[in-house]
Write a protein that binds this ligand. Structure first.
Ligand SMILES: C[S@@+](CC[C@H](N)C(=O)[O-])C[C@H]1O[C@@H](n2cnc3c(N)ncnc32)[C@H](O)[C@@H]1O
Length: 297
């Protein structure tokens, strides 16, 4: 069942150079300096990324409820933005990333938190090592079948072509346990604001000479394919309030007072999106992202 996963009718194999992507994420992107700009939106001010980060991590942790005894895989773990707090909450976390520099950064970030936590644990409470980071590609995950209670994949699918998305889905389903969950964040290709095309001029579904790839994954095709493979798929939330504000203020230069008001407005929008996770047509039309919970059966 899992082996037949395919997105759309006949996905054309867009050229994609894994080495170039690794150089982009491992060398070029870290030059931005700011953690959230490195792994979230490179072109947005800090308060926009902070609001997105709050929305995403709150939704994830609310649903996943990370705890000791849980074994979680973070696919495309980046700098460990997600893995580190999950390990701090007691879960065993394994991260994989195509960029070796990211793997090292995530290990360093998570070692700090697990290291301090571990010292407080009694001797008989589980394995000494509670996190591990591996240099690997999403379409060939180096784990045996059914290894994880949960698999998380945030901010990856827009950066790989459709044929790689299909292989990655198949791999995530393979390594998740029966009854285990996949948490998948997808850009909303149905959004009128996203479709307007002025948002990210590089979002053209082809790899640039510097290795950057960005596209709009076909959300409906991905969900339909997952359902055909037998998985149960539920949208945990979308972020229309945040998205409307982001598109409205994009590239506007703000004075100090306006900046403070904008930062508060973004934080409020994130809270509003969290309090209204089911956004119906409002989400379909305006949200930037949909967060999916996929149960492997
Ligand atoms: C936008 S960042 C997101 C990082 C992290 N998931 C987060 O949300 O903080 C994308 C990450 O995906 C990694 N990546 C890109 N293609 C990959 C692939 N096919 N397999 C594994 N990692 C990949 C990049 O190296 C980078 O660290």
């Amino acid at each position: 069942m899992i082996a037949t996963i395919r997105l759309g009718r006949r996905p054309r194999r867009a050229r994609y150079d894994r080495g170039a992507a690794e150089r982009y994420w491992g060398e070029e992107r870290p030059r931005l300096g700011d953690e959230l700009r490195i792994v979230l939106s490179a072109g947005e001010p800090p308060w926009v990324n902070a609001a997105y980060h709050t929305w995403e991590t709150t939704l994830l942790e609310r649903h996943l409820r990370p705890r000791r005894g849980q074994c979680i895989l973070d696919v495309a773990c980046g700098l460990g933005r997600i893995a580190a707090p999950l390990a701090r909450a007691g879960a065993t976390v394994v991260g994989v990333d195509n960029a070796l520099a990211m793997v090292h950064a995530a290990a360093a970030k998570t070692a700090c938190v697990t290291g301090s936590k571990r010292r407080r644990l009694p001797r008989d409470t589980g394995p000494a090592v509670r996190s591990a980071f591996v240099h690997a590609f999403s379409s060939s995950l180096p784990f045996v079948d059914a290894s994880f209670h949960a698999v998380i994949c945030l901010g990856l699918f827009e950066h790989i072509p459709p044929w790689l998305q299909a292989h990655t889905l198949r791999e995530m389903l393979r390594v998740a346990r029966r009854g285990g969950a996949i948490y998948l964040m997808l850009l909303n290709n149905r959004s009128l604001l996203m479709q307007a095309g002025y948002d990210n001029r590089h979002r053209r579904a082809r790899q640039l000479p510097n290795g950057y790839y960005c596209g709009l994954p076909d959300r409906d095709a991905i969900v339909a394919t997952l359902r055909r493979s037998g998985a149960r798929v539920t949208a945990l939330g979308s972020n229309a309030h945040y998205a409307i504000l982001r598109h409205a203020l994009r590239d506007r230069s703000l004075g100090p007072a306006e900046t403070r008001r904008a930062a508060r407005a973004f934080a409020d929008a994130a809270m509003r999106d969290l309090s209204e996770p089911g956004q119906g047509q409002f989400g379909e039309i305006y949200a930037d992202h949909f967060f999916y919970h996929i149960v492997r059966r």
